[in-house]
Design a protein around this ligand. Structure first.
Ligand SMILES: COCCCN1C=C(N)c2cc(S(N)(=O)=O)sc2S1(=O)=O
Ligand SMILES: [Zn+2]
Length: 238
């Protein structure tokens, strides 16, 4: 089928039919094995600057929901960390499971979290997002695990969404959804943030299906871990 999804007939195992790069050398997500990562003292601290006034819209794109940001200026940016230059925030979105025992895309020692947040940034050395998305250093996505916990969840503001620690793992990877472009420097934070059961229920009440179609709950919208193929995963912390 020309559209891709997460079901039995259009899910991750079928994507290679339309996107041969699915079996490429730097595919994402991956399973992170902390004992097999290498500490790189030359890695700089992550520098994240987010301006809530840049938030523009929220959209159900049929495979997640995403919050879009105005990216005409360097007001919401990522710099430092494993990247050089300045990357602008374009959108953030989530991946989650039908139940709390799965949902994240990256895993740690095979452990899946209930959900994972992706903050997508593009390299301002390129003229726009579309150009950047096809370059090996074009995108930088910050991945944040969500773990279950009874906790009130204030209004969603990028400043409050990040955990206390910005310690991270980093590796060269790809988009985890078609077109699976191998243009992403992945920066996966070690410390998860908390999300309440009510929040997870809200995620699972979203729909893959559109208006007037048979309702199909949006859940299990995650790609399983892909082969490392010789890549090194570096960490910013001892
Ligand atoms: C030219 O545009 C190519 C596609 C653009 N994007 C669509 C996605 N599904 C997508 C998934 C992303 S993820 N799950 O790897 O962070 S980032 C991202 S995205 O960069 O915002
Ligand atoms: Zn994602």
């Amino acid at each position: 089928s020309h559209t891709w999804g997460y079901g039995p007939h259009d899910g991750p195992s079928t994507w290679i039919e339309s996107f041969p790069i699915a079996d490429g050398l730097r595919q994402s997500p991956i399973n992170i094995i902390p004992g097999q990562t290498s500490y790189d003292p030359s890695l700089k601290p992550l520098k994240l600057k987010y301006d809530p006034s840049n938030a523009m819209d929220i959209l159900n794109n049929g495979h997640s929901f995403q919050v879009g940001f105005l990216d005409e200026a360097d007001s919401s940016t990522l710099s430092g960390g494993p990247v050089s230059g300045t990357y602008r925030l374009k959108q953030f979105h989530f991946h989650w499971g039908a139940r709390d025992d799965r949902g994240s895309e990256h895993t740690i020692n095979g452990i899946k979290f209930p959900a994972e947040l992706h903050l997508v940034h593009w390299n301002t050395k390129y003229p726009n997002f579309g150009e950047a998305a096809s370059k090996p250093d074009g995108l930088a996505v910050v991945g944040v695990f969500l773990k279950g916990k009874q906790t009130p969840f204030a209004n969603f503001d990028c400043k409050t969404v990040l955990p206390a620690s910005l310690d991270y793992w980093t590796y060269d990877g790809s988009l985890t959804t078609p077109p699976l472009l191998e243009s992403v420097t992945w920066i996966v934070l070690k410390e998860p943030i908390s999300v309440s059961p009510a929040q997870m229920t809200k995620f699972r009440s979203l729909m893959f299906s559109g208006e007037g179609e048979a309702p199909c709950c949006m859940q299990d919208n995650f790609r399983p871990p892909q082969a490392l193929k010789g890549r090194t995963v570096r960490r910013s912390f001892k």
